[in-house]
Design a protein around this ligand. Structure first.
Ligand code: GLN
Length: 543
């Protein structure tokens, strides 16, 4: 018989943005360090089928898994904390649940029954949770939203039912709440926590553990009061303090001995962990020895959440290199020929991030031109690589009107063009793409990339012949111009199935453009080599 997966359900109360995802990821990290096979699932009650079509302004970054799912940005945190690849089974939404139930109904799978929230929708949620749990010792299930949301009810009913079905030793409920500090009273208040737990109980769920977010430390008496009023054991009130780094949270939980009540509740053997490597990386995040400044050129700089994986990837590289990386955020729309020198004069490296749409494109090209001409370390990601090729085509190959057909469909020199046409021309249908409802075809997820021997890319990836990175793009470098580029020093250093995956400049300390998104595979304990290499080059470029 297959072993029984144990489930830890994490719900949130009082308000959103308390860091439920980080709490779930932190517990997962500790369990993994204790030698268990752990995965995490995020179940989102919103109606979109996935976040792929949501604006970054609405929902932060779209995180892409290796198997090509466009998921919630919390999945990125999970992978970064857990150092495991997750899949499309690790995130689902109400939209996805309803779609599959309706599809089955249309197919006649329900044999003429009336389809209802209970049992059909709830049953589908349970089925998906169990599928994500298969083959693991523990599955942590984070329920998105806040207790009391109407749309979250079927999800809570699903976890209630799972506890009844699987029994207490196989399930645990953890509830995260806010313990606010009221300045005028000079006191921390537990009432919102009590109300939130009351709301949970009303729908049949009793928490086994309460995690309290608070800007102040909670003393023993207050923790005991919460334990008593919420009906949990005294060692099951854990605080999650404001921290200088999110990577401190697992250590803060460990200090409070969170693993003992988890092991007790789930009837696991004593859980012992060695977090010393993690601990030393975190120390280097908080008090590093060195410092460097990177210009981060993007167009969503008012909403830094849309670059979450990339900013985390930079932190990971900093931890390994014992360096604080100050980011100079540069709004690409504000870069002009007249101010480009001034903007980039004092930075050690220039990073041009990915993006969609024409806003800010010419500013990014000016930034790339500066990096190329002034020999400042440069990393161009996805759109950043594409624009590096446009810049080179215009200013070195003298193709004055070169462009990406994304921005000028009629351009006479489409050095970047639509993947669709490439696929049609060569007959390569095996590329995993998805038709977006907005039109167009995205190339998504992980692909192998062959690395050119002796190249900069090869050097930073430890001379691996093949590397694997993730993608999310529609447009592609046009191979028609390849020979011309290479003749003038912009070399193709990475290829995937005939597609140009990476380019680098000869006679430059570090100038690399990658079609893939290196940030999606960066982890605290294993920073991504492209980002690491770029930061290392920037540190060397003391200005
Ligand atoms: N807009 C470009 C494309 O679709 C780049 C996408 C990106 O940077 N993620 O190919």
């Amino acid at each position: 018989m297959a072993k029984q997966t144990k489930y830890i359900f994490v719900t949130g109360g009082v308000l959103s943005s308390l860091g439920k995802g980080i709490a779930a990821a932190s517990i997962a990290t500790l369990l993994k360090h204790a030698g268990l096979k752990v995965r995490i699932l995020k179940a989102d009650p919103y109606i979109n089928v996935d976040p792929g079509t949501m604006s970054p302004l609405e929902h932060g970054e779209v995180f892409v898994t290796d198997d090509g799912a466009e998921t919630d940005l919390d999945l990125g945190h999970y992978e970064r904390f857990l150092d495991e690849n997750l899949s499309q089974d690790n995130n689902f939404t109400t939209g996805k649940v309803y779609s599959s139930v309706i599809e089955k109904e249309r197919r006649g799978d329900y044999l003429g029954k009336t389809i209802q929230v209970i049992p059909h929708i709830v049953g589908e949620i349970v089925r998906r949770i169990k599928k994500a749990g298969e083959g693991n010792d523990v599955l942590i299930v984070e329920i998105g939203g806040t207790v009391g949301d109407i749309e979250g009810l079927p999800f809570l009913e699903a976890i209630r039912a799972m506890r009844v079905e699987l029994g207490r030793v196989n399930t645990m409920n953890i509830h995260l709440t806010l313990v606010p500090f009221i300045k005028v009273a000079g006191e921390l208040k537990t009432k919102p926590t009590q109300h939130s737990v009351g709301e949970l109980r009303r729908i049949g769920i009793s928490p086994d553990m309460i995690i309290c977010r608070s800007e102040m430390p909670l003393n023993r008496a207050l923790k005991d009061k919460i334990a008593l009023s919420c009906g949990v054991d005294k060692n099951c009130v854990i605080e999650s303090p404001d921290s200088a780094s999110i990577y401190q949270i697992p250590l803060a939980f460990l200090k409070q001995d969170i693993l003992t009540p988890i092991a007790e509740t789930l009837s696991l053997n004593k859980l012992e962990v060695d977090m010393s490597n993690w601990d030393s990386l975190v120390k280097r995040v908080i008090v590093p020895t060195n410092e460097t400044t990177i210009a981060f050129v993007g167009k969503y700089i008012d909403l830094k959440e849309s670059y979450k994986s990339l900013t985390e990837g930079i932190i990971h590289a900093g931890a390994t290199l014992d360096t604080r990386i100050s980011l100079k955020w540069v709004d690409s729309e504000k870069i002009e020929a007249s101010n480009v020198d001034e903007i980039f004069r004092d930075v050690n490296g220039i990073l041009v991030a990915g993006g969609f749409g024409s806003r800010g494109v010419e500013g990014k090209i000016l930034a790339i031109n500066y990096a190329r001409m002034h020999k400042v370390p440069f990393l161009g990601i996805c759109l950043g690589m594409q624009l590096a090729m446009v810049e080179f085509a215009r200013n070195v190959l003298k193709l004055k009107n070169a462009n990406s057909s994304e921005f000028d469909p009629q351009t006479e020199d489409p050095v970047i063009y639509l993947i669709d046409s490439f696929i049609d021309a060569s007959g390569k249908k095996q590329i995993r793409t998805h038709k977006s409802p907005m039109g167009g075809t995205m190339r998504l997820g992980g692909y192998d990339c062959d690395v050119k021997k002796g190249s900069l890319l090869g050097k930073i990836y430890g001379e691996q012949k093949t590397i694997r990175e993730r993608h999310r793009h529609r447009y592609e470098a046009n191979p028609k111009y390849r020979a011309e580029f290479e003749k003038h020093g912009l070399i193709v250093c990475g290829e995937s199935d005939g597609l140009i995956e990476a380019v680098e400049l000869k006679n430059h300390p570090f100038f690399l453009g990658v079609q893939f998104h290196p940030e999606f595979t960066s982890r605290l304990v294993r920073p991504n080599p492209a980002i690491l290499g770029f930061i290392e080059a920037s540190i060397k470029n003391a200005r």
